[in-house]
Design a protein around this ligand. Structure first.
Ligand code: ZN
Length: 156
């Protein structure tokens, strides 16, 4: 859950983020129609600034922002993530109703959900075959199939 915090040193939180990460964030945002406000760029940098994909919740990103000395409210982070989602920069992964998980990898891929930790990770797609789907009801079409494989640690 805390992989988002990896590139932010919690003990010596930088006043400003790494310029390279911010440049990556700005470039990532420019692929959308969102105006690159300072806060959006800062949050984008926390998400993809290290060049890696990640799964996160709004709370994860909020914690990472606080650790990086970004003064944003939880509501702003929530709205920003929602905006990123609306323009297709991130996708929401439906795991359960209680919490929303997001993914910077917007291609279709299956997920593992580690139930004990409440953590999402990518599952290898090559072991999976979907050979059929129920017929969509009249007047509807299937737009996506979300695959979440729930895991728990074995007790042995
Ligand atoms: Zn994923």
């Amino acid at each position: 859950m805390s992989d988002i915090l990896e590139h932010v040193s919690p003990s010596r939180a930088p006043r400003t983020q790494n310029p390279k990460a911010l440049a990556r964030g700005a470039k990532w945002l420019s692929a959308s129609r969102l105006r690159p406000t300072r806060q959006r760029v800062a949050l984008a940098a926390l998400l993809i600034g290290d060049g890696k994909q990640r799964h996160f919740t709004v709370e994860d990103l909020y914690s990472a922002a606080r650790a990086a000395d970004e003064s944003v409210s939880l509501a702003t982070v929530y709205n920003t993530v929602k905006a990123f989602c609306d323009v297709g920069l991130v996708q929401e992964v439906t795991v359960d109703g209680a919490r929303s998980y997001y993914d910077t990898n917007t291609h279709d891929h299956p997920h593992f959900f580690w139930q004990d930790e409440g953590r999402l990770s990518d599952a290898p797609a090559d072991g999976m075959k979907i050979t059929g789907l129920p017929q969509a009801p009249d007047g509807a079409e299937v737009i996506s199939v979300d695959v979440v494989i729930r895991l728990r640690r074995r007790g042995d």
